[in-house]
Design a protein around this ligand. Structure first.
Ligand SMILES: Nc1ncnc2c1ncn2[C@@H]1O[C@H](COP(=O)(O)OP(=O)(O)OP(=O)(O)O)[C@@H](O)[C@H]1O
Length: 292
């Protein structure tokens, strides 16, 4: 499935705002920050997910190490989105184990997974179209104190927090070149810009790990490359960990430290882009499957 509205207005060259320090050119995949690639952050073990007789995920096992970019690929219907949804609590898995930073998030609801430090985007963007862009961002922020008892009792603290969140939102929108659209309704954004908004919104929670579901789908190639560049910078400069589902194999191979390949609900290969590219099981899965 793809984003239905391709973006026609690419943003200009990727410049990071002052808030994110520059550390030179966009790093290449495999160029890991110090200490990265050491500890396993996300461990998925033997996860099974059925849908009325369909074994969408059939005993999937893989690990993602902190500070890396890992992609999840496979032919249509391989079970990638189902696995994403199982990990993030949107479709509770039937069996298996999922740990994040050493703690179980197995069958935890989406809010608990988010609180644990995982943010995600969706294949089809979920911007609230009848709401300004900036409000879409603020809604994603954790601990909306203004709605709490503490917020009612200590309005000054709430106002300070709201100001801080607003600044953070505007800074992120600037990173994605959406700051000039902050007061526009999200419904006026192009499909590609909504994709950027979704990415920016995911970052409002200051996640340790971000799961991106087909970030390149429906965006023009320039914007797609910039999305990948943002991802690499956030990994290198903020130590974030990424897992993304993607059909654009060129983007996958150029941007991943590790590639996990699924077919028919199972992980059939797992390795560096070079290892996976040469793997006969992967070649067979793509030739035998519907494509990708
Ligand atoms: N909500 C659902 N209800 C019933 N069946 C589902 C549901 N979601 C997925 N499936 C089925 O599970 C299988 C795996 O689908 P899934 O969307 O996870 O694959 P995918 O690898 O993400 O595919 P694509 O690349 O085409 O998006 C398919 O047979 C699909 O029809």
């Amino acid at each position: 499935m793809t984003d239905p509205t391709p973006d026609e207005a690419p943003i200009a060259t990727a410049e990071l705002p002052d808030a994110i320090p520059r550390v030179g050119p966009t790093p290449a995949a495999g160029d890991l920050p110090p200490g990265a690639g050491g500890a396993v952050l996300l461990q998925v073990t033997d996860v099974v997910k059925h849908f009325r007789g369909i074994r969408a995920v059939d005993g999937a096992t893989f690990a993602v190490r902190e500070g890396t970019v890992t992609s999840l690929i496979g032919p249509n219907g391989a079970g990638k989105s189902s696995l994403f949804n199982a990990v993030t609590g949107f479709y509770p898995p039937d069996r298996g184990a999922v740990t994040f930073a050493g703690r179980s998030i197995f069958r935890k609801p989406p809010y608990a997974v988010a609180r644990a430090g995982i943010a995600r985007t969706f294949q089809l963007t979920r911007a609230l179209t009848a709401m300004p862009v900036i409000d879409n961002m603020l809604l994603a922020a954790p601990h909306q104190r203004g709605e709490s008892l503490a917020g009612a009792l200590f309005p000054f603290g709430t106002r300070a927090r709201e100001k801080q969140l607003r600044e953070q939102a505007l800074e992120l929108l600037a990173l994605f070149r959406l700051d000039t659209k902050a007061d526009d309704y999200a419904g006026t954004l192009s499909g590609g810009q909504r994709k950027l908004l979704e990415f920016a919104r995911a970052l409002m929670t200051e996640p340790r790990m971000v799961l991106l579901d087909e970030p390149m789908a429906g965006v023009n190639p320039t914007l797609g490359r910039e999305l990948m560049a943002y991802m690499q910078r956030l990994r290198t400069e903020r130590g974030m960990t990424f897992l993304f589902v993607e059909h654009d194999l060129e983007a996958v191979m150029a941007n991943s430290d590790q590639v996990v390949v699924m077919a028919q609900g199972r992980v059939i290969a797992d390795g560096t882009p070079d290892e996976v590219r040469r793997d006969q099981r992967v070649i067979d899965a793509y030739l035998g499957g519907a494509g990708g």
